[in-house]
Design a protein around this ligand. Structure first.
Ligand code: SF4
Length: 406
């Protein structure tokens, strides 16, 4: 049975993080998962990420109890189920943050900051909480869906980052300190580069980290960017995975096929999906999702431009042309035999199978694809039986294609 021992340290790291939000020692800022967390941390805020809470609600399947609460107060059941699950959890005053981590519930924010580099939904979601808690909400609205990100577009985002400073100073009571910001960005860069190395261990034939394990181990890079803790955690994880590489230990030795996962995880079905692929001899070795927290452009010596560029160039914020190039490069790097697109019902932004891209990418790369329908949190949109049949048939076909090629 393959086991990643660093999981215990990861659980402790995440548990300590959640409790740090609840001590009242520092003010709390809420931030989107790819928002300017480093800037907020430089003012001494603890940073809470509602999307991480959404993922927790999805993984524990509690989301299914809370989404109807948000629908009752006017949110469509077809909008982002992180949003509806999180709002429903707040309205019901229930959360795994209480039951699993001993917190009082959502940590009370002093300021709420979002970046629409991923979607506009975060703006509505965060404004709901701004109204509830009567705290300031501010956003970064970068240009979207670009082939390339130009210097003038980076400048625009830099200015928007800087525009947040006066509000942060007022709320935190601390003057902006460029050296503290640089130091936070340096820590963030070091953690993100370690995370990148962690992901790249699975370019090996006997990959030590599956996509499904990656979704669990990415917790600290989402919520603890800019801290020593994140760096320490990924140092430990990388060291273990590199040892496993040396000892030829992987999660699926002799995998028959290597798969790329595109789109959001189906949080409530991670275990089932992981078992489904491995029992069919398929190693899911890479994903767009886990790679979304690799910000290798961070540079503490050029903190404004590098952070603005890194956060604007992310996969979800790019044109189809740029996405296809990134995917084709990953196919090569990870020796991919097939790609599974998760067409996520309530996240249009992170679903790339709606406008014919899978076929166009196959025409260029020759990599076969499968589209499955589902959702990040709302399991009403996921048909388990149908998905199993589709995936098993696809994997059989991939094996046949490989056999013919060999
Ligand atoms: S990217 Fe998708 S899942 Fe994430 S907050 Fe936006 S709509 Fe929700």
């Amino acid at each position: 049975m393959y086991k990643i021992n660093a999981t215990d340290l990861m659980k402790k790291t995440m548990g300590d993080y959640f409790l740090s939000l609840d001590t009242g020692a520092n003010k709390v800022a809420w931030c989107t998962s790819v928002g300017p967390a480093e800037l907020l941390r430089s003012f001494g805020f603890e940073v809470f990420f509602p999307e991480n809470h959404g993922a927790l609600l999805g993984a524990t399947r509690a989301a299914m109890d809370y989404i109807p609460e948000a629908i009752k107060c006017g949110y469509s059941g077809h909008v982002c189920s992180y949003t509806t699950a999180d709002i429903g959890s707040y309205l019901k005053k229930e959360s795994p943050l209480k039951s699993h981590y001993g917190m009082k519930g959502h940590p009370v924010p002093s300021i709420i900051v979002y970046n629409t580099n991923q979607c506009r939904e975060v703006q509505d979601w965060f404004n709901f909480f701004g109204n509830e808690y009567k705290v300031p909400v501010c956003g970064v609205h970068p240009p979207r869906h670009m082939d390339e990100v130009s210097d003038s577009e980076v400048e625009l985002v830099v200015q928007q980052f800087k525009d947040i400073i006066p509000l942060c100073e007022k709320v935190s009571g601390q003057k902006f300190d460029i050296d503290r910001y640089k130091e936070t960005l340096r820590l963030s860069k070091e953690a993100t580069l370690l995370w990148q190395k962690v992901l790249k261990t699975s370019t090996a034939a006997n990959a030590p980290l599956s996509f499904f394990d990656g979704t669990i181990h990415m917790g600290p890079i989402v919520v603890l960017r800019g801290t020593q803790k994140a760096k320490e955690y990924y140092t430990a994880l990388l060291s273990e995975l590199e040892d496993n590489l040396q000892n030829n230990k992987g999660f699926l030795p002799n995998a028959k096929t290597r798969i790329f996962w595109e789109g959001m995880p189906i949080w409530g079905k991670l275990r089932m999906m992981s078992d489904l692929f491995t029992s069919n001899g398929a190693a899911v070795v890479a994903s767009t999702y886990c790679s979304s927290w690799v910000f290798d452009k961070f540079d503490e010596n050029d903190p404004w431009n590098s952070a603005a560029r890194a956060y604007t160039e992310i996969f979800i914020n790019r044109s189809e042309k740029a996405k296809m190039k990134m995917l084709a490069d990953w196919f090569e790097e990870y020796s991919i035999d097939g790609i599974v697109y998760h067409d996520t019902k309530t996240c249009f932004n992170n679903s790339n199978a709606k406008f014919g891209m899978p076929q166009r990418l196959k025409d260029i790369t020759g990599v076969p694809f499968l589209v499955i329908e589902g959702d990040l949190c709302d399991l009403r949109f996921f048909s388990e039986g149908q998905s199993i049949t589709k995936i098993e048939t696809f994997l059989e076909q991939l094996e046949d294609v490989k056999a013919v090629r060999q």
